[in-house]
Design a protein around this ligand. Structure first.
Ligand SMILES: *[C@@H]1O[C@H](CO)[C@@H](O)[C@H](O)[C@H]1NC(C)=O
Ligand SMILES: *[C@@H]1O[C@H](CO)[C@@H](O)[C@H](O)[C@H]1NC(C)=O
Ligand SMILES: *[C@@H]1O[C@H](CO)[C@@H](O)[C@H](O)[C@H]1NC(C)=O
Ligand SMILES: CC(=O)N[C@H]1CO[C@H](CO)[C@@H](O)[C@@H]1O
Length: 492
């Protein structure tokens, strides 16, 4: 009897294990040349203008997080920014095109106030120079790289429903930038407008008018920064991609006026969508957005090859994100590990894997070798992964070697000298606590990621594995894998 019960339990245990599927996947990384490069400060953050009473769908998630009301003395805020070394922070958002800068004004400078019929439900908006000083001290202390979004509707009027015209009144922006220069504040880039491109979100401005205004702004920057180096970049339009509009903007503004074209991504739709989670787990849905970026690159290539393409803002789901989604594991982009591990060089990867396995290969950051990011969107399939180099050597050649020398020979392609390090790889496996992808707690290699007792951001440490041991990734999880000696000549 005892035996039968045990057998029954054993069978139940087996069936629990095999309820999960396993699939093999081969990844072939081409390390001979980089396919593309990202910026060193690829991971970035936006500081918005929304007041605490900005609400969507009966929730008001912004709290006190805006450029105007954020508590800059909160120690964790500074530590979080400093954890990125130099984090790019863009100040901008829907309300930026209503903000006045309280310097050299002949009129009053009222704060944001909830007004039903106004654009985005608010009127006013004022940045006092005292607050601007505090923000700059904070940015300088934390080593942030600042991109500031200027009000591009100043002086314009509505000519049709949702369409604004007339020349941009640059006087307030001029005085504000002049003040900023006089204080010696380092602004990496000035961005012109927020979501006014194409058909616009709250308002739109024609590309031709916008292009002329950009020439004006470039001239202002040139004059004000004459004795102040480095001269900041001019970034525009911080809006949704529209081929005709973006092309015209580059042609009208002309050579070397716009340094960076920024576009926004909200490919998941509204935050209230009950299908938000399944969209995030649907690779076909997610992949659509890459077409937009390719088109933007093409538009720039044809009409203004001097400009770079950036994603200036990407919230995933619009209208303040999704409740119990945007603030959980499922929407985390593992920003810190990406920043620490992934270098600028992007490598091509060929694979026979299911589209539910996402994979990204970069040159490792600050060291030789490569780093892979794997994301398993599948809720039922684990992938066993075989990583190879396109230089025709198999990382997992299962040669029967009886001594260390043999192993060293097998893996000697991944490095010059075969040392113990050459025989290991590093893994950072990220999973949600309790297997719940909506958990707010993330596990790294099975342990909760928590602040230290002293309230510091923890150091994220890898597991070390033998280079020739099998690689796998469980359902609904992410993994960074560092191959310290992967031979990638394109990374040098
Ligand atoms: C304020 O008034 C002065 C003098 O009339 C003028 O030169 C300046 O351009 C005005 N500034 C703004 C922002 O309107
Ligand atoms: C996996 O996801 C599908 C589609 O979202 C869902 O119908 C199914 O119940 C999920 N399976 C498990 C085991 O969670
Ligand atoms: C690897 O990339 C280089 C540069 O893009 C290319 O010339 C080469 O053909 C690629 N190798 C393979 C095996 O795809
Ligand atoms: C290949 C595979 O595993 N497909 C499944 C991945 O997970 C999604 C849901 O997360 C399922 O719908 C797929 O069938």
């Amino acid at each position: 009897m005892g035996f039968c019960t045990a057998l029954l339990f054993f069978l139940a245990y087996l069936s629990a294990i095999f309820a999960q599927n396993f699939e093999d996947a081969h990844l072939v990384v081409n390390g001979t040349a980089v396919l593309a490069e990202t910026d060193a400060d690829y991971i970035c953050a936006t500081m918005d203008w929304w007041p605490h009473d900005k609400c969507n769908y009966n929730q008001c998630p912004w709290g006190y997080s805006s450029a105007i009301n954020l508590d800059l003395s909160e120690p964790l805020l500074a530590k979080a920014i400093q954890a990125f070394g130099h984090l790019r922070i863009r100040i901008g958002g829907s309300l930026q095109d209503q903000v006045k800068y309280d310097v050299g004004l002949n009129s009053s400078c009222p704060p944001f106030a909830k007004v039903r019929d106004r654009m985005f439900g608010f009127s006013g908006g004022c940045l006092h120079m005292k607050r601007w000083d505090e923000l700059n001290h904070f940015f300088s202390k934390t080593g942030a790289i600042v991109t500031f979004g200027l009000n591009a509707l100043s002086g314009r009027h509505q000519i049709r429903r949702g369409v604004w015209g007339g020349d941009w009144d640059s006087s307030n922006a001029h005085d504000f930038i002049q003040y900023t220069v006089s204080k010696g504040y380092q602004i990496d880039s000035w961005e012109f407008g927020n979501e006014l491109s194409g058909i616009g979100i709250g308002a739109s401005v024609g590309a031709e008018q916008y292009g002329r205004d950009l020439i004006n702004l470039k001239d202002i920057l040139y004059k004000l920064y004459h004795n102040f180096k480095p001269e900041p970049f001019l970034v525009a339009p911080g809006g949704f991609y529209d081929n005709t509009w973006f092309a015209k903007l580059l042609r009208v503004s002309g050579s070397h006026v716009v340094d960076v074209m920024t576009h926004h991504i909200y490919n998941l739709g509204a935050g209230v969508d009950p299908k938000l989670v399944s969209k995030i787990l649907d690779p076909h849905y997610l992949s659509r957005v890459s077409d937009t970026f390719s088109s933007l690159k093409q538009t720039i290539q044809r009409n203004g090859p001097w400009a770079s393409a950036w994603v200036g803002e990407s919230g995933g789901a619009y209208n303040s994100g999704g409740r119990h989604v945007s603030d959980t594991f499922i929407n985390s982009f593992c920003a810190m590990l990406w920043h620490q591990l992934m270098g600028k060089g992007v490598l091509a990867v060929d694979s026979d894997a299911s589209s539910y396995l996402r994979y990204y290969a970069h040159c490792s950051k600050g060291r030789v070798g490569i780093t892979l990011l794997l994301i398993n969107l599948s809720n039922q399939t684990s992938f066993n992964i075989n990583v190879q180099t396109s230089m025709h050597v198999n990382l997992h050649k299962k040669e029967k070697t009886k001594n260390a020398r043999g192993i060293k020979k097998t893996v000697s392609w991944i490095g010059g000298k075969a040392s113990d390090e050459a025989l290991s790889r590093e893994e950072y496996h990220l999973t949600p606590a309790d297997g719940n992808i909506r958990s707010k707690t993330m596990l790294l290699n099975g342990r909760r990621i928590e602040l230290t007792a002293g309230g510091d951001i923890p150091t994220l440490l890898p597991s070390f594995l033998k280079a020739d041991s099998g690689i796998s990734i469980s359902p609904l999880s992410m993994k960074f894998i560092v191959f310290p000696n992967f031979n990638a000549p394109g990374c040098r």
